[in-house]
Design a protein around this ligand. Structure first.
Ligand SMILES: C[S@@+](CC[C@H](N)C(=O)[O-])C[C@H]1O[C@@H](n2cnc3c(N)ncnc32)[C@H](O)[C@@H]1O
Length: 297
C-alpha cells in the first residue's frame, strides 16, 4: 500500500489544489476550525491591554498578527474583520497600530488571497476608512519564515503545520518570530479528517503528512521542544454538511489518491459509503475532529 498522503508535502500538490480548495470550499471544509481558532482570543481585551501599555510607556505600540499556511486567506480575512470590529467599538480614537499578514508557500494560494483582497477593497461593504489596514500576503515557506525574531503578538495556523516535512523546524520558526508572551494557535487533523473515507475506499495507508499530528501527546511534545512556555492541547469535533458533488470534486484534487480513469468508480463507491442516491442534489454529513494547540512564548 502506498503512502497516499505523501503528496501533501509538495508545493505542486497545493498549487494544483487551489482551484478545488478555493474560498467557498475552504469555508465549507475549514470554516468551523477557523472560527474555533479565532474564538480563543478576546480581541477587545487584547486591544485594551495594548492601550494601557501605551499609556504606561507613553509611546504608541503595535499589534502584529500572522496567519501561517494561510491558503486563500480564510483565517486572515476573518481575523482582520474581527480586529476591525474591536477597534470600531473603542471610545478612544487612539489605538495601537494593527497589522495582519498571511504567508503560504503556494503561489496560487497567495494569488487567490490577493484576488480576494482586490474584491474586498473594491467592495462597497468595506468602509472607506479602515482603522486596521487590509491584510498583506507573502509567498513563503512556513519552515523558513523571512521575518525578524520577535515580530508578532499573535500567530494562527489553520490546518497547515501538519503538512510540513519538518514540523519541529516549523514550530521553532513560529516560536522565533513571536514576541515574548506572544501567543500562537495551531490545529491539525486527527484520524477523523475529511479524506478518511476516500482513503479507506482506495485502501491507502492511513499515514503520512495528513496523519502527522494525530497523536495529541506527540503534538504537545513537539510544541514543548520548540520552546513554548505554555502548551495546551484541546480536541474539538465538527460535523458539517457539504454537497456530495463538492466533496467528490475536492477528493479528485488528491491526484495520487484517485487516478483519472478510476474516478467514476471511486465516486460511485463514495456515494454508496455515504448512502447517496442523487449525486448532484444530495448533501452528506462529514464527521471530523482536530487537535488545537494554544501556545505562549
Ligand atoms: C488545508 S490548506 C489550509 C489553508 C488555510 N489555512 C485555510 O484555513 O483555508 C493547507 C495549506 O498549507 C499550505 N502549506 C503546506 N505546506 C506549507 C509550507 N511548508 N509552508 C507554507 N505553507 C504550506 C498549503 O499551500 C495550503 O494552502
Amino acid at each position: 500500500m502506498s503512502q497516499a498522503t505523501d503528496i501533501f508535502h509538495t508545493k505542486q500538490h497545493w498549487e494544483n489544489k487551489t482551484k478545488f480548495l478555493n474560498h467557498d470550499a475552504a469555508v465549507r471544509f475549514l470554516g468551523f476550525y477557523t472560527d474555533d481558532l479565532l474564538r480563543r482570543v478576546d480581541f477587545d481585551q487584547l486591544i485594551q491591554q495594548k492601550i494601557s501599555e501605551d499609556q504606561h510607556h507613553n509611546q504608541p505600540s503595535n499589534l502584529k498578527c500572522l496567519d501561517i499556511a494561510c491558503g486563500t486567506g480564510l483565517v486572515t480575512f476573518r481575523l482582520h474583520s474581527q480586529l476591525q470590529q474591536a477597534i470600531s467599538k473603542l471610545q478612544s480614537s487612539s489605538h495601537p497600530d494593527i497589522s495582519v499578514e498571511g504567508i503560504d508557500f503556494s503561489s496560487t494560494m497567495i494569488q487567490g488571497a490577493n484576488e480576494r483582497l482586490l474584491e474586498l477593497s473594491n467592495s462597497s461593504h468595506v468602509p472607506q476608512v479602515l482603522e486596521v489596514s487590509l491584510p498583506k500576503f507573502y509567498e513563503m515557506d512556513g519552515q523558513d519564515l523571512k521575518f525578524p525574531d520577535a515580530s508578532f503578538d499573535l500567530i494562527f495556523s489553520n490546518m497547515g503545520v501538519l503538512f510540513y516535512p519538518d514540523i519541529p523546524k516549523g514550530l521553532s520558526e513560529i516560536h522565533r518570530v513571536l514576541k515574548p508572551n506572544g501567543k500562537a494557535f495551531i490545529n491539525a487533523w486527527t484520524e477523523d479528517n475529511p479524506s478518511k473515507v476516500p482513503l479507506e475506499i482506495q485502501r491507502k495507508t492511513l499515514s503520512g503528512p495528513l496523519y502527522s499530528l494525530v497523536e495529541a501527546q506527540r503534538f504537545m511534545e513537539l510544541c514543548e521542544k520548540a520552546g513554548f512556555s505554555s502548551v495546551s492541547i484541546e480536541t474539538v469535533q465538527a460535523r458539517f454538511k457539504v454537497p456530495f458533488r463538492n466533496y467528490a470534486e475536492l477528493m479528485k484534487s488528491n491526484k495520487d489518491l484517485v487516478k483519472e480513469d478510476e474516478f467514476p468508480q471511486f465516486v460511485q463507491q463514495l456515494a454508496e459509503r455515504f448512502g447517496v442516491k442523487n449525486m448532484d442534489e444530495e448533501e452528506i454529513e462529514i464527521c471530523t475532529s482536530a487537535h488545537v494547540a494554544s501556545l505562549v512564548k
